[in-house]
Ligand binder design. Sequence first.
Ligand SMILES: Nc1nc2c(c(=O)[nH]1)N=C([C@H](O)[C@H](O)COP(=O)(O)OP(=O)(O)OP(=O)(O)O)CN2
Ligand code: ZN
Length: 140
Amino acid sequence: MYHLKTEAHFDSAHFLAGYNGKCANIHGHSWKIEAEILGSELQQAGEKRGMLIDFGDFKKAVRRLADSFDHTLIYEKGSLKAATLAALKDEGFSLTEVDFRPTAENLSRHFYDMLTAQGLPVSRITVYETPENCAYYEGE
Ligand SMILES: Nc1nc2c(c(=O)[nH]1)N=C([C@H](O)[C@H](O)COP(=O)(O)OP(=O)(O)OP(=O)(O)O)CN2
Ligand SMILES: [Zn+2]
């Protein structure tokens, strides 16, 4: 089996609604996504011969995903009052609503689903919240 891995970064804010501690406050992280794909067959002909997937294409897909979260406030649907949300939007802040609590675990699953939906043979997505802490999601 061949395994490929690439990584991308984004800086964004989040908070954990209902958390009993400092993470209930809006705070930022320099997030890192590590994406891994696997396959047993390499391309047999043409420009991509000997490659599972061109690193250029793989990297672009992961970077695009990271860029879509960069410098936004990631918030769980229903976790902000309507008036708060309206005020943030009125200020022109970049907001990313997700329908899950934005933990490293849930983000790893979300990124896994997003990249899989693009046709990539994803085996594992690791999300680092801090250089020391990460969660990963692997396909079944
Ligand atoms: N299993 C998880 N636990 C926690 C998550 C998570 O996504 N999955 N997230 C948080 C918070 O978002 C928090 O920002 C990270 O927590 P923590 O490592 O405690 O914070 P610091 O990096 O600031 O650590 P210090 O050692 O206090 O500096 C919480 N838990
Ligand atoms: Zn956090």
